[in-house]
Design a protein around this ligand. Sequence first.
Ligand code: G3P
Ligand code: CA
Length: 289
Amino acid sequence: MYARAVAATATAILGTAALLSPTSDALAGEVGEPTVVAHRGASAYAPENTLASIDKAAQLGFSWVENDVQRTRDGQLVVIHDDSLRRTTNVEDVFPGRAPWKVKDFTAAEIARLDAGGWFSPAYAGTRVPTLKQYMRRVEHNHEKLLLEVKNPKLYPGIEQQTVRLLGNEGWLDRRHLGRLIVQSFDADSVRTVHKLKPALTTAYLGTPSVAQLRQYARFSDLINPSYGSISARYVSAVHAVTGPHGRRLGVFAWTVDDAASAWKAAGYGVDGLITNRPDVVRTALSTG
Ligand code: G3P
Ligand code: CA
């Protein structure tokens, strides 16, 4: 089923890697096969958004990982999905009087004391919430590629400038690294800001704008990354028909695709990437579909 869909859209898909990357190989997956991105790391198998989760992705043979970036009370960038520490750490035990345990209300030193792995499995007890700096160094060490999400940017004024500055300080804004990096957000203003700050960066808008709106988004976003349940083959074709800020057609990375049937469905739409908690399941599906 997937192979037939690929054949039907071969012309479009064959050009994906070359068309989308402003500098080098930002989206270079196998020709005809969507890039598989480990969502929050390989988060079905290790605690999400931790160094363990990107180590796990690397062990499974995946190079692209996704994360979520927010900011502490004292201005440190940290990697965590929720705006509260409650679900993915033991913050309620360590700081019982600090409800609702918002990330923005805790210092980096306080967050560094928390266990971000025990909730997932005793095997991961003692895992920490990484700072973005620690995280970027592990991505580099693992030779991975990063889909970095600026999460809840309205809570953190200036987080785009701060993130771009950190990426530069860590050496991720040179030509070689730009080919391994995409910055995305659900907040269009945030994506636009990142694009203006560093036009060479590949950017993505998270959501499903109407077809009529696509040209507006294409001024600052190289990809449109929608929920796979919100799209169709026609929608993906409409996105592909629009030229992005680097003179290349827009790409589509769909989320969160965790089973074979969904992977076949989304791949059949002609998407360029699949964002998944179970990258191994998606890889197997793509090879057997
Ligand atoms: O990368 C797509 C996905 O991460 C968006 O949803 O809530 O998991 O950040 P969420
Ligand atoms: Ca995310």
